[in-house]
Design a binder for this molecule. Structure first.
Ligand SMILES: [Zn+2]
Length: 198
């Protein structure tokens, strides 16, 4: 996901992590599949497959997270780089990581928010999004998949909702607010709480 007017807030954009000032490994930037390309849309419209192998999940997650900086992305789903797996990365100020096999269990505090998408180049919309979301997912820790509940609010909730839509084959065009004369709100600051479930 790219957020209109906010893409330059990604702390990895310049290839240097703003939080640590450490150089970020430069990797080839993957081609991003496009909804308007008929061949690409087949994968983008498919429901992502669950990942059971922690090593595979870690590899995909690292690849997605590594691509966020060069792409100036605040979120990136595996299907956008041609991978069929249920993994997405997020990279917003103060928070970055990836979630494996995410499932939304609660969405609240909906607002109309400005939004863009790497798979819909040049398109900006006002999307109806939650600013509070709870997601059950897995993290990769010490070579194992750990079940967690992640609760995000503000801008990060918008990013989570957008990226999980990707994993379910849903485009942001399907989230465009139906209200007339709506002025999209700016997203608010992000919060994230992650709790283990086992
Ligand atoms: Zn997107």
């Amino acid at each position: 996901m790219v957020c209109d007017g906010l893409v330059d807030r990604c702390p990895l954009r310049a290839g240097v992590c703003a939080a640590t000032a450490h150089a970020v490994t430069v990797r080839p930037v993957p081609r991003i599949l496009q909804f308007d390309n008929p061949a690409d849309s087949i994968l983008l419209r498919a429901r992502a497959a669950q990942v059971a192998d922690p090593a595979a999940a870690a590899t995909i997650g690292a690849r997605l997270l590594g691509a966020c900086g060069p792409l100036a992305a605040v979120g990136l789903a595996a299907c956008q780089v041609g991978e069929p797996w249920a993994v997405f990365a997020y990279c917003v100020p103060q928070f970055e990581g990836f979630l494996v096999n995410p499932v939304r269990v609660e969405r609240a505090r909906f607002r109309n928010l400005s939004e863009g998408c790497l798979s819909l180049e040049g398109v900006a919309v006002a999307a109806r999004r939650p600013t509070l979301i709870a997601v059950e997912a897995c993290l990769v820790e010490n070579g194992h998949l750990v079940h967690v509940t992640a609760v995000a609010s503000g801008f990060l909730a918008q990013v989570f909702d957008h990226e999980i839509d990707h994993l379910e084959g849903i485009s942001m065009r399907e989230r465009i607010s139906g209200e007339q004369d709506v002025t999209a709100s700016r997203p608010s600051a992000s919060m994230l709480h992650i709790v283990r479930r086992n």
